[in-house]
Design a protein around this ligand. Structure first.
Ligand code: UDP
Ligand code: MG
Length: 141
């Protein structure tokens, strides 16, 4: 297994429900470590870039409204096999179908309001980490 870094976003629902600490504790429990963390607000341009594969879908306007509704927290998290492991911990996109014990199954509302984004593979992780963090905002310790 490779040591890798993934990009996680706590979406506006996770932030406004004050659940970011609860979720971060779950992510740290297996030993994954924080390399970078910041709070920010998306603007339309950054969101269109982040979800460039989705902008033509009929659900995109509602997704955009949700993602611009409040601040998010971006997290660069490192560990063995962290990309796949975090995707499994978050659960499937639709929170109503996500098993209990997953982040979305426990705290998500629907297939839009679903707590977290997480990179889905090494290539997207590399691009997404660069999208939110500069070199000097990422730490090894
Ligand atoms: N989404 C939505 N409606 C859909 C599918 C997706 O609003 O029918 C939103 C949802 O917030 C999801 C995001 O778009 O997390 C990105 O979609 P993707 O298919 O990449 O799901 P993910 O990788 O987040 O599980
Ligand atoms: Mg995705």
């Amino acid at each position: 297994m490779a040591r890798e870094t993934t990009l996680i976003l706590f979406k506006p629902d996770a932030v406004s429900k004050n659940l970011t600490g609860t979720v971060l504790a779950r992510f740290q429990e297996p030993g994954f470590v924080i390399r970078g963390i910041k709070m920010l607000r998306f603007d339309k341009a950054l969101l269109d870039e982040h979800y460039s594969e989705l902008t033509e879908f009929p659900f995109y306007p509602l997704l955009e409204e949700f993602m611009l509704s409040g601040p998010v927290i971006a997290l660069a998290l490192e560990g063995e096999d962290v990309i796949k492991t975090i995707r499994a911990m978050i659960g499937p996109t639709d929170s109503t179908k996500a098993p209990k014990g997953t982040i979305r199954g426990d705290f998500g509302e629907c297939n839009r309001i679903n707590m977290c984004h997480a990179s889905d593979g090494p290539e997207s992780a590399a691009v997404e980490i660069k999208r939110f963090f500069s070199e000097d905002e990422l730490f090894d310790y």
